[in-house]
Design a protein around this ligand. Structure first.
Ligand SMILES: Cc1cc2nc3c(=O)[nH]c(=O)nc-3n(C[C@H](O)[C@H](O)[C@H](O)COP(=O)(O)OP(=O)(O)OC[C@H]3O[C@@H](n4cnc5c(N)ncnc54)[C@H](O)[C@@H]3O)c2cc1C
Length: 660
């Protein structure tokens, strides 16, 4: 829990109805002098003479970053910076470089977490052109930033409205909030830690009054502590007054170049270390126990191990791939919506996050990522609500997928992985141990964590965090009963490839998915049977798959496809078709001995896209970090949402409740 929320009143998040997830065009271009200029605001993006010098003077030195990183933290954890007006990313690049090069940082700082807010993201082409211009202009100064700039540009695509975790280095995280800053700050996920420093770098109050509204200043204060600093290039009197009145006192300081003044914080208050999670003995590492060795469990174990945790995964099965994560080819799919809803944003953010994550694992040689693309018929996936091509275009634009004349959607970022290989690669981390064939565990909450007994022969263990990443385990434990998991069985059929099917180099998705050839076989995925696996008829299912694929591809006949094997697995869904991701129950305020259980499950038919994202959310939440989500999105995933709905209904109809 973030202790500073005791001092602040949180502004309730608003549910904002949108027509589209496409941000508005910044109307920017490089002018004749090669300066990047915004038509929308009638101003340039950075100082013409010395953009690097100005950024360092105003924001990095104005917030005394290096000096503070060398001192003991105001509170152990990440150093949080919020920037309004991310623009070309120059301030971030300089901060990232300074962080990396400051070798004598106090070990209390676990990492740098940078949140950029930008309502009008620039195209990758314009950012690149501007970087090139600076390289010409400043020579070695920008040359030193090039490795960082390249990595940022690699991730710079499909920046639709939402929160995008673009950089996830060992100790540096960049979240780009694409939205109006006032809205995005109002929507920042509950319990997000406050910022240590603010860079106020939006276009000037005269040119961009929508940003500098009075409400902005109280929002900034809401996400700050008395030790938070602010720096801005403007010295406008009303900015100074509004900041000071909101509780962020600033004073004039020497500006950069021709600007006489800028604003920086007055001397920071001395802050005592804030209360943290229950303290551990020095040197003792935190331990987590994860139930379930499918994609949900292995991704969460990997995300926690990356944060220095020791993780044990338990699973009653004999090895990896006992559940849905045992289908040999899973497609990375984007679940589409006809409306620009928060649910649409969640699936979009998860898809983009996982795509970046898979590419990184592949580039490190840890997994094989098959970026084959996906061709999807408009009727695929959303069986309940047919997708409307016009609405899709309005909601998403054309960066993520393009529609052909026959309505087929082509996803250039689509592809597939072998989930068992992926799980094995994730669990090869030395900080993850895995136990298969385990008996049903028992748990008891103790003052210092969860006391867990897995097998009778083993002594019980203490875990700081307990994560349920298995629909079957959640079902058996009878917690979250209001969520009522629905299980469906899916059968995928492996067939010998034929001349008529092996020509497809991409994944073809309609009523079934046909995967590209792998070792002379092709996978047809999958049936959707509303029963548990034990009750499903595999012979009939294989035949259904063959018939469906023959119809879908308009094959002359079925015989060329010979069934080689099949995979019968269960999927789990909730009644609102959103996964369960987060903590259960909500923590009681100020209770150190209250140990929540974390849950990542009900990933339905898109677990490859949602499990890695869920893992990031759970690991961030366990470690008290900011989540790459808005509050509205968090509530849609919250495992307690069904219980809350039941309680709300009971309050609204108390008489009905008494009768039953
Ligand atoms: C036929 C089929 C095709 C699919 N195709 C795709 C696709 O192309 N793309 C996509 O994104 N998604 C697809 N999915 C969905 C995807 O497989 C799932 O969303 C994903 O695998 C879920 O992972 P998980 O870890 O939550 O569950 P699972 O992979 O089911 O893992 C759950 C684990 O929990 C273990 N377990 C059981 N009981 C206990 C217990 N008491 N304690 C601890 N552990 C326990 C099980 O042994 C299992 O290992 C498909 C699903 C099916 C069935």
């Amino acid at each position: 829990m973030n202790p500073w929320h005791l001092f602040t009143v949180m502004t309730p998040p608003d549910t904002h109805e949108r027509q589209s997830l496409k941000p508005e065009d910044p109307l920017a271009e490089c002018d004749s002098g090669q300066e990047l200029r915004s038509e929308r605001f009638g101003d340039i993006y950075a100082s013409t003479l010395d953009p690097i010098g100005e950024s360092e003077h105003v924001f990095l030195n104005g917030n005394q970053l290096q000096q503070r990183w060398r001192e003991a933290p105001e509170r152990a954890g990440h150093f949080y910076i919020g920037e309004l007006g991310f623009g070309t990313g120059l301030n971030f690049l300089l901060t990232w470089k300074l962080w990396t090069e400051t070798e004598d940082k106090n070990p209390g700082w676990r990492g740098l977490h940078y949140a950029g807010f930008e309502a009008f993201p620039l195209s990758a082409g314009l950012v690149e052109a501007t970087h090139k211009n600076w390289l010409r202009q400043t020579g070695p100064d920008f040359e030193a930033l090039q490795p960082y700039a390249k990595r940022l540009l690699n991730q710079w695509r499909c920046l639709l409205i939402g929160v995008h975790r673009l950089i996830h280095d060992k100790s540096v995280i960049l979240d780009l909030h694409v939205d109006d800053a006032n809205l995005a700050l109002r929507q920042r996920a509950k319990h997000s830690p406050p910022m240590n420093a603010w860079f106020l770098d939006g276009f000037s109050p005269r040119r961009n009054p929508e940003l500098w509204q009075p409400e902005l200043f109280s929002l900034l204060a809401e996400h700050s502590t008395p030790a938070t600093t602010v720096a801005t290039y403007t010295s406008a009197g009303h900015v100074r007054r509004n900041l000071s009145e909101a509780g962020l006192p600033v004073e004039k300081a020497r500006g950069w170049g021709q600007k006489r003044h800028m604003l920086v914080s007055k001397k920071r208050a001395d802050i005592q270390s804030s209360p943290q999670l229950p303290l551990k003995d020095p040197g003792e590492r935190r331990k987590a126990l994860v139930m379930g060795a499918g994609l949900a469990g292995c991704t969460v174990a990997h995300a926690l191990a990356g944060r220095g945790w020791q993780v044990t995964i338990i699973d009653p099965a004999a090895g990896f791939g006992a559940g849905g994560s045992g289908i040999p080819q899973l497609a990375l799919r984007l679940r589409l919506f006809n409306t620009a809803s928060a649910a649409a944003q969640i699936y979009l953010q998860a898809y983009l996050f996982t795509h970046r994550w898979l590419i990184r694992l592949a580039s490190e040689g840890k997994i094989d990522w098959h970026g084959t693309q996906i061709r999807q018929s408009p009727t695929a996936m959303n069986k309940r609500k047919p997708l409307n091509a016009e609405r899709l275009k309005q909601v998403y634009g054309t960066a993520l997928f393009q529609a052909a004349k026959d309505g087929t959607l082509r996803f250039p970022m689509g592809g597939w992985v072998d989930p068992v290989e992926l799980c094995q690669a994730l669990c090869s981390d030395p900080d993850i141990s895995i136990r298969f064939n385990t008996a049903e565990p028992t748990f008891k909450a103790e003052q210092r964590g969860w006391r867990v007994q897995t097998d009778k022969e083993r002594p019980s263990e203490l875990a700081d965090a307990l994560i349920i990443a298995s629909p079957q385990a959640l079902d058996k434990l009878s917690i979250l009963n209001a969520a009522k998991l629905e299980f469906t069985t899916g059968i995928s059929t492996a067939v010998s490839s034929s001349n008529e099917t092996d020509k497809h180099r991409h994944i073809v998705t309609g009523s079934r998915s046909l995967f590209p050839v792998r070792e002379n076989t092709q996978l047809i995925s999958a049936t959707y049977q509303r029963c548990r696996a034990a009750a499903s008829d595999t012979r009939a299912a294989n035949q259904e798959n063959l018939t469906a694929i023959a119809e879908m591809l308009q094959l002359s006949s079925i015989p060329p496809l010979r069934v080689l094997s099949h995979y019968q697995r269960e999927r789990a869904n909730t009644s609102d078709r959103m996964p369960l991701i987060g903590r259960h129950p909500e923590p009681a305020p100020e209770s150190a001995s209250n140990h929540p259980i974390f849950i990542s499950t009900a990933h339905g038919s898109t677990g490859l896209a949602t499990c890695p994202f869920a893992a990031e959310l759970i690991a961030a939440e366990i470690c008290g970090e900011t989540l790459p989500l808005t509050e509205e999105q968090r509530l849609l995933l919250d495992p307690n949402r069904f219980e809350r709905r039941v309680q709300k209904k009971a309050r609204a109809h108390p008489s009905e409740n008494r009768k039953s």
